[in-house]
Design a protein around this ligand. Structure first.
Ligand code: LLP
Length: 416
């Protein structure tokens, strides 16, 4: 199943819904991220339709794209949310998401984060170690908390090693060998109620088999814990549904749904998709600063850089690059940023027209894990984010200024 994209050429100009990207570049400036709100809603709908027979609790993984306006779009559609920090919880609080629509994942929750989650009564804390459960018990005192256990299922999701999480060498999830200590803690603290078992095998997973294998393992564990008297009601498949960035085949969600449907029993299925919902719905709009050739290799030096989009440098990730004005390719070139690192490329060896100053490019499929992992490296202000809705668009995060860059720094003697 392929998630939808809001981007297409109309009369030779790349548009997001009905809005031409050159207009956004003119009015907002570059670089900037542009997202299509309608496509986000449609992608949530695709996940819902594919798994309609299961009626799962779909918890959008906030880490993929945490802009308040995007969270609002999803909240309005009735999505639940998966968070990994107090900051993400704060974002959801800001837009008024009900606590029963929030689960809290992550291997290292701090005391203050646990306190807020318990105090707000979120749907479940996803626990990844005996040590973490002990801390939750300590902080909860007499208060109730619902718990999911995240199992490390020792399954190879066949994705990039940096985003593979279900293998024995990964820090994530609970090793079955630690289960006795965890069960002992749960018995000793009856206010903690174990209602779910889950796993998250990795991200950008395109095969369904690893999901089915992981699901079978968590189902078996849930059954055996039910037999021990734990009130288990939920099985959490995690996130990880991949999207085609290049020429990959899309993930077969209808088959995954059918296979899980056969083995889920009377548990409610939970899932935590991030990338599938937002990945294809965003682009990084950038302007060519210079065109140069070094010893026969061509470079388009653009105004976006690795600090805006780290995925190519970090994972060798592929993002398609399109010219905003549709033009035939003439040669091969790299698209690089102004940062002083050779890893500062957005694309390498691409068929492109010969570009010149002020030509606009769109780095595609940049709706997930893109702006959220941007930085100020090289003292570059973070770029703006724009949300398109049909024929309208608005800036949903303003471009940072140079003043923003130093706003939190405390200089000694500046007032002396
Ligand atoms: N649930 C948990 C516990 C996770 O750790 C993640 C992603 C998700 C859900 C959502 O996964 P998704 O459906 O989006 O694949 N920065 C990397 C991706 C890191 C993913 C981290 N965890 C990238 O740019 O590809």
């Amino acid at each position: 199943m392929r998630p939808v994209t809001p981007f297409e050429y109309r009369d030779g100009i790349l548009h997001c819904d009905q809005v031409a990207l050159d207009r956004i570049a003119r009015e907002v400036g570059t670089p900037c991220y542009v997202y299509g709100g309608g496509a986000i809603v449609r992608n949530l709908g695709i996940v819902r339709e594919c798994f309609a027979d299961l009626d799962p609790k779909i918890c959008y993984a906030v880490k993929a794209n945490a802009n308040l306006s995007i969270l609002r779009v999803l909240a309005r559609e009735g999505s639940s949310f998966d968070i990994v920090s107090g900051g993400e919880l704060y974002r959801l609080n800001r837009i008024g998401v009900a606590p029963d629509r929030i689960i809290f994942s992550g291997v290292g929750k701090a005391e203050t984060e646990i306190d807020s989650a318990i105090q707000q009564g979120i749907f479940a804390l996803v626990v990844e170690s005996a040590s973490e459960l002990e801390l939750i018990a300590e902080r909860a005192g007499d208060r109730k908390a619902r718990i999911f256990l995240r199992l490390n299922p020792e399954i190879d999701a066949r994705t990039h090693p940096y985003i593979s999480t279900g293998l024995r060498q990964n820090k994530f999830g609970i090793d079955l060998a630690d289960l006795p200590a965890i069960l002992e803690l749960l018995h000793a603290h009856p206010t903690l109620s174990l209602i779910g078992i889950g796993s998250h095998i990795g991200s950008q997973v395109l095969d369904i088999e690893p999901f089915v294998l992981a699901f079978t393992k968590i189902r078996e564990l849930a059954d055996s814990l039910r037999n021990e008297g734990f009130p288990l009601t939920h099985l959490d498949l995690g996130g990880g549904f991949g999207i085609p960035y290049h020429d990959e085949s899309p993930i077969d969600l209808p088959s995954l749904s059918a296979q899980i449907g056969r083995s889920r029993g009377n548990y409610r299925v939970v899932m935590e998709p991030g990338r599938f919902i937002v990945g294809k719905t965003g682009t990084l709009l950038t302007r060519v600063l210079h065109w140069k050739s070094n010893h026969g290799r061509h470079f388009a030096v653009v105004d976006a850089a690795m600090n805006d989009l780290i995925r190519p440098a970090l994972y060798g990730a592929y993002h398609e690059v399109r010219t905003v004005r549709q033009r035939p390719a003439e040669l091969r070139a790299d698209v690089v940023g102004p940062v002083c690192e050779s890893a500062d490329f957005l694309a390498q060896d691409r068929d492109l027209p010969k570009l010149g100053r002020d030509d606009l490019l769109a780095v595609m499929d940049a709706g997930a894990y893109a702006f959220v992992s941007s930085s100020n490296y090289n003292a570059r202000p973070r770029c703006a984010e724009v949300l398109v809705d049909g024929e309208q668009f608005r800036v949903v995060r303003r471009r940072e200024t140079n003043e923003d860059l130093v706003a939190l720094e405390i200089e000694r003697g500046s007032s002396e």
